[in-house]
Design a protein around this ligand. Sequence first.
Ligand code: NAD
Length: 292
Amino acid sequence: MTTIIDGKAIAADLREKVAQAVSALKSTHDIQPALAVVLVGEDPASQVYVRNKGIATEKAGMKSIEHRLAADASEDDVVNLVRKLNAEEGVDGILVQLPLPSHISSSRVINEIDPDKDVDGLTEVNAGRLILGKDGLVPCTPQGSVIMAKTVRPDLTSLNAVVVGRSILVGKPLSMLLLAENCTVTMAHSRTADLAAVCREADILCAAVGIPRLIKGDWVKKGAIVIDVGINRVEEGGKSRLVGDVDFDSAKENASAITPVPGGVGPMTIACLLRNTVVAAARRRGVGEIDL
Ligand code: NAD
């Protein structure tokens, strides 16, 4: 029987643990962690994401602060706001909603964020910490992907992991996290020769590509764990629906466990953002490490 890894349930469980940690910080240290989100412009999808993050933050007992700038705000306006938030003692996490308008350099803005408040884990400092195996803040989607894999196989040591996709946001950090779990990691990408053969070697197969159902069932080794990060909107039978980068129906015939889309990795991303915020708050305020 193939296990369908239930992202909603795992995310709900993590959010509950975060809420408990927040409550303990309040009662023991009188600390209420705060997450500041910066939204530039009026992109409808970004507005929804920011609203959902705010609701989730408050539900977990943390303070949510929203800063909205007009679409024509200058790069310096955004940088100055980030610097102001860096300096604010009561702000534990800063998230700049991407994408930024095209006249603003995301890289410059992101790297202005104090690395200890960088709850998206996207600054160069946190990328460096991840590679060096030092404590930092880890990007949320890769973090959620590993948590999900470990629900079915708590010890990933010695497994062959194949990560398809080498983006800064997902593929690269996910590969580093799997390496830290003692997997033997292969990073595959658009120039990989014979992707199907590479995937067939995987005990853990992770897809972060952005191509609907790229990975076919017969690319999945019998008994593999499949983590599908892809979220792709397709029109089928006159209806619009979300599908992953893995052909779920055929892949589940071979996989021992697989994440669905929707309801897989997606819900984990916000849960890990909340986790990073409470972890950052405890570190910054001298309380130490929170184990979630
Ligand atoms: P990206 O476009 O930045 O990177 C895609 C990667 O796929 C590239 O490294 C590229 O080399 C590789 N690739 C492209 N075509 C390929 C091919 N034919 N064969 C093999 N590799 C190929 O995308 P991303 O930001 O990493 O996102 C990937 C997917 O994950 C998207 O569907 C995105 O919507 C989804 N995503 C989901 C979440 C979530 O919360 N679950 C978060 C981030 C991204």
